[in-house]
Structures are given as C-alpha cells and as structure tokens.
Write a protein that binds this ligand. Structure first.
Ligand code: AMP
Length: 130
C-alpha cells in the first residue's frame, strides 16, 4: 500500500516540489498556514515519526534543517517554526513554517494562495536549497 505522500514523492501525484534527495522529499503544504509552509517527508513509509529507526530520524532532521535554511533565505520571516502533528496523513512529515509571531503557527488558520503564488514560492525556496 502506498500513501498519498509516497505517491507525491514518486511524482505520481503533482506537488509544489521544494527539495529532494534519495531518502527525502520536501514540498509545499497544499493548505498552508503561512506562505512557504513546507512538508518534509522520508521516502520510507513510516506512519509515526518516533517509530523511525534512529538514523532515519536523524537524517530526516538534517534534511529538514537544510530546507529551513532555504526557507529563511527565500521568505521574509523571523524564524522557521517546526512542528509534527501527523493526525491526518499516516506518513511521517515535518511541517516547516516561516513565522514572525507565535500566532503564525496556528493550524486552524489557513492562508489562500493562488497556484501562481505557490509555484513562485516553491521555486524561490528551491533556488536557495543547498
Ligand atoms: P497532519 O497529518 O495533521 O500533520 O496534516 C497533514 C498535512 O498535509 C495538512 O497540513 C494538509 O494540508 C497536508 N496535505 C494533505 N494532502 C496534501 C497534498 N496532496 N499536498 C500537499 N499537502 C497536503
């Protein structure tokens, strides 16, 4: 069985790609709480982040750190906030959210962005990814 996020990482379902390597994939959250809200996933299908083998967990965090540094360069913000919820999609994912205030991490509040804005933001972050 393949999760929706595995299908996204495999390119079978479209996404606003931000970064990838052989073990990870990062893309814009389709329902962002702030502009530049990114999800980082391991390609390995594990539902709960704390069930990942330790090395996979550490590799995921290291990859997320690189993505956050790219967001910080591409999106005007004070910090990049990190959160793990995982109640909706049973495939480990880290939320990375450009924030200026604590209220920007509010998952009950979404921002409306056009497809053009999403494309532009994804490409701006991708350009800064190292
Ligand atoms: P949670 O599992 O509670 O951390 O939330 C799952 C997140 O995945 C939500 O923020 C959704 O907006 C996001 N999401 C669900 N489907 C997609 C998709 N096809 N592309 C991008 N983001 C998605």
């Amino acid at each position: 069985m393949s999760t929706i996020f595995s299908k996204i990482a495999a390119g079978e379902i479209p996404s606003y790609k931000v970064a990838a390597d052989e073990k990870h994939y990062a893309f814009l959250d389709i329902n962002p709480v702030a502009p530049g809200h990114v999800l980082v996933i391991p390609r390995k299908e594990v539902d709960y982040i704390f069930d990942l083998p330790e090395q996979d967990y550490l590799d995921l965090m290291a990859f997320a750190r690189r993505v956050a540094k790219a967001q910080q360069k591409a999106i005007p913000c004070k910090r990049v906030g990190e959160a793990v919820i995982g109640l909706e999609v049973p495939h480990t994912h880290i939320h990375l959210i450009p924030i200026n205030t604590e209220a920007d991490m509010n998952f009950s509040k979404k921002v409306e962005l056009t497809a053009e804005e999403m494309t532009r933001i994804a490409s701006a972050i991708a350009d800064k990814f190292e």
